[in-house]
Design a protein around this ligand. Structure first.
Ligand SMILES: NC(=O)c1ccc[n+]([C@@H]2O[C@H](COP(=O)([O-])OP(=O)(O)OC[C@H]3O[C@@H](n4cnc5c(N)ncnc54)[C@H](O)[C@@H]3O)[C@@H](O)[C@H]2O)c1
Length: 451
């Protein structure tokens, strides 16, 4: 069970490992303590970055991490300098694409050895490692591109945001669709009032990043290529089971992932969240199966209520449907000509009509049950990855910095947490950063394992 608030006295030395790290503990602490006091990049480093290139370190280079690696490396100024993965097969594949980069299995060792040879860090690991790796990178003064959702726990989202702001670092969350013209165009249409003030958004994904079965019994041999202790990182110890966690399926498990809402919901909710200038919800309620202490529920209907903004009525209702069969039938989701709903997407319902936003295509306007033509705004192409590199070199600004991403993530994670209390309306106190109900507050923070 979640317990102590880990970031109150955050320090890099928390991550030192007495048991398994093949490094003398005392010297690691000494060195990490020395670099934890760094707050600004030395001016010589800035000068070099502005003049020429950005040396990048990539943590997690299998799956999406490999795509992130290629996308960052496609910027002329990026120089891939370090690769880190706990699976030697993923590391070998990335290393053969970028043979000059130094390779590591443990991000703590990478930071310890290369702190003066890297300028920016890309974190593309499973969700439970996002905050530990990003905080360590930022403590060294490094800009960070971190995959979505920004963190696994709500307290982590606040801690990551605070550190990025305190150190004034360039940051970007890996919601690359945020930069796509289709979604930016929907933001502009909504903010220009195409359907008037919005009172409800319904969004859906039939993907199934839940698991209703029991925790698997027994254990399987850990593959030779995998360092299971490093994969678990700060998360609770658990025996390795083939097919349950690494790769990809960790999303379904409470201790490592955030279910379908934490996976697809971040992308799909990003546009309404930006367009309607939302912050943190005041209530959240989930309909799903009772908690089983292991996996996220396979089907969820999550209803949020947000305080009103300039683009909404007095309050805004956001309803999320996920899992096989989603979304449930609803009058708001009926399309003209009995058209099929797109597989994933969202519907904005406003005072003057509805805007359908298929994931990730241009929006369609529906008024009085009929489609109406839209003149889409003319927008420039934007590359989410290059924007990050350019921002690190002081030539641009990121569009999904942690100041934004942490709020979006917090809103999403409140819904994920509500899965543990099906059918109960939970009231979130934004100022106190706690629920009015006491039990859910036990799950706001992580309890980090020493590894
Ligand atoms: N933005 C997008 O469109 C998008 C798409 C897919 C995944 N993602 C995100 O990317 C992240 C990774 O997802 P995935 O599907 O690639 O998962 P995955 O399990 O396929 O790959 C994760 C990789 O990270 C490595 N890894 C695990 N722990 C590590 C650690 N402590 N240090 C270094 N390497 C570690 C694994 O060995 C593996 O190579 C997740 O946060 C996910 O939400 C984003």
């Amino acid at each position: 069970m979640a317990g102590m608030t880990i970031f109150r006295n955050y320090s890099v030395s928390r991550y030192t490992n007495q048991n398994t790290l093949k490094m003398k503990r005392r010297s690691f602490i000494k060195r990490t303590a020395a670099f934890s006091s760094v707050t600004l990049l030395p001016s010589a480093v800035w000068a070099r970055i502005k003049a020429g290139n950005l040396r990048t370190a990539h943590i997690g280079v299998g799956g999406m991490g490999f795509a992130d690696l290629e996308s960052i490396a496609s910027h002329d100024s990026a120089v891939v300098s370090a690769l880190c993965d706990v699976d030697s097969n993923s590391l070998a594949r990335a290393s053969s694409a970028f043979p000059k980069a130094k390779t590591f299995a443990d991000y703590r060792v990478l930071f310890d050895q290369l702190r003066n040879e890297i300028d920016a860090v890309i974190v593309s690991t499973p969700d439970h490692t996002h905050a530990p790796a990003s905080l360590m990178a930022m403590e060294l003064g490094k800009p960070v591109y971190c995959q979505k959702p920004l963190t696994h726990h709500i307290s982590e989202a606040r801690a990551v945001r605070k550190m990025a702001e305190d150190k004034n670092l360039v940051t970007q969350m890996g919601i690359q669709i945020h930069s796509f013209k289709e979604y930016r165009s929907a933001v502009k249409l909504i903010q220009d009032g195409i359907i008037g003030k919005v009172h409800t958004v319904r969004a859906w994904s039939p993907k199934n990043w839940g698991y209703n079965g029991p925790a698997p019994a027994g254990s399987d041999p850990v593959p030779e290529s995998l360092d299971w202790n490093l994969w678990l990182g700060t998360a609770p110890e658990r025996p390795y089971k083939e097919g349950f966690y690494h790769p990809v399926n960790w999303r379904k498990v409470l201790d490592y992932g955030c279910g379908t809402l934490g996976d697809m919901g971040v992308h799909i909710f990003d546009t309404p969240y930006t367009a309607l200038a939302l912050d943190v919800p005041q209530t959240v309620m989930t309909e799903c199966r009772p908690p089983n202490g292991f996996g996220h529920p396979q089907n969820n209907v999550v209803t949020y209520e947000f305080p009103g903004t300039a683009y909404t009525t007095d309050t805004l209702k956001w309803v999320w449907y996920d899992g096989p069969g989603a979304p449930a039938d609803h009058e708001d989701l009926k399309l003209p000509n009995e058209d099929q709903l797109p597989e994933q997407g969202s519907m904005f319902i406003g005072e003057k009509g509805r805007l359908l936003l298929p994931h990730w295509l241009f929006a369609k306007l529906i008024v009085d049950g009929e489609y109406e033509d839209i003149t889409y705004p003319e927008l420039e192409e934007q590359d989410h990855y290059h924007q990050f590199v350019d921002a690190c070199m002081d030539k641009d600004k990121t569009s999904a910095p942690f100041s934004y991403a942490a709020r979006l993530t917090e809103a999403i994670l409140l819904g994920v947490l509500a899965n543990r209390f099906p059918g109960q309306t939970l009231h979130w106190n934004q100022e106190k950063r706690t629920f009015d109900e006491s039990q859910p507050n036990e799950y706001l923070s992580a309890s980090y394992r020493n590894f």
